[in-house]
Design a protein around this ligand. Structure first.
Ligand SMILES: [Zn+2]
Length: 314
């Protein structure tokens, strides 16, 4: 099965686009992050993704599917499975009717169970298109529940020393996981507007956070965590709160051995698969042909050394 990359994934034999960032007549959308979408005429996506992109696609004719549902087209069928990355995120199984081949595109995915996402699993296939965001050997994330414990300890320490904590995480996906974990630890959390609006969409889709949180409107009590997207503190005008400390949760924290960068405490916590999970996926999928996409081309070289037929799409 020939697969090419041109600002999106394209299967010429099926005339099928996935995650194109240029407008197409018909295109599968794996999830709602902006680097995976464009204003297609007929976007195909899960209910959760559509609930996040309802306004964006108000002039389109979207096809909205449930996880596990199979939809038939003339040369192929499409099924969507949880990807564990953010609300509605999906892995897509494409069955080619003429050859019988099964192709899986993982999209951005994470295998570690998340309290706000449906659990993901490996989808058996012949051809695998694997997101390689962390496709380098050094990106092995620490145990996630231990990381959350560490975060809670650091925050408690900051409160004891009289500092207000700011937690930074991407507004869709990461922020909702962080919010869940912080509420679960009994912290009070005040939430920046864009994150707050997305939390409300999560709730409309059935996600229940273990406590209450409030919208940040300028006031910030000394016993509250402020949750916001990265680099938003200037815009929030919190400069006059002089005793504050910032923590960023990102997989790229592994790049900084000191654990600090840009005046922030960097914590390795990601909404993507780490290198180990990438290798596990390849092994368990049974795929004989692997295309890696995004991230690092080193992963395809590593897989070739292991004997796989692998290449990087770019
Ligand atoms: Zn994403």
């Amino acid at each position: 099965m020939e697969i090419v990359f041109d600002k999106g994934i394209f299967i010429p034999g099926l005339d099928l686009w996935l995650d194109s960032t240029r407008k197409k007549e018909f295109c599968v959308v794996s999830h709602a992050h902006s680097d995976h979408v464009a204003r297609h005429n007929v976007p195909v996506m899960t209910k959760g993704t559509f609930s996040l992109l309802k306004d964006y696609y108000r002039k389109s004719n979207p096809v909205v599917v449930d996880y596990g549902e199979e939809i038939e087209y003339s040369g192929f069928s499409l099924s969507f499975y949880p990807a564990g990355h953010c609300l509605g995120s999906a892995q897509i199984l494409v069955k080619d009717k003429s050859t019988g081949l099964r192709m899986v595109y993982t999209g951005d995915y994470k295998m570690t169970p998340s309290p706000v996402n449906e659990d993901s699993s490996v989808i058996p296939c012949d051809v695998l298109v694997l997101d390689a965001t962390y496709g380098k050997t050094q990106y092995i994330f620490p145990n996630e529940s231990e990381i959350i414990q560490t975060v809670a300890q650091i925050l408690n320490g900051w409160f004891l020393e009289g500092y207000r904590p700011i937690l930074e995480g991407w507004k869709l996906g990461k922020a909702q996981e962080i919010l869940f974990h912080m509420l679960n630890h009994g912290f009070k959390v005040v939430v920046e507007d864009s994150i707050f609006q997305i939390c409300k969409v999560y709730e409309s889709e059935g996600v229940q956070f273990p406590g209450t949180y409030r919208l940040f409107e300028g006031d910030w009590a000394a016993d509250e965590i402020l949750l916001c997207p990265p680099n938003r503190t200037k815009k929030l005008m919190v400069q006059h709160y002089s005793a504050k400390r910032i923590m960023r949760l990102t997989g790229w924290a592994l790049d900084y051995a000191s654990g600090t960068r840009y005046g922030r405490t960097m914590i390795p916590y990601s909404d993507h698969a780490d290198f180990k999970q990438l290798l596990n996926y390849v092994g368990q999928s049974g795929a004989s042909t692997i295309y890696t996409v995004n991230g690092f081309s080193e992963l395809s070289g590593y897989l070739m050394n292991l004997g796989y037929n692998a290449s990087h799409l770019s």
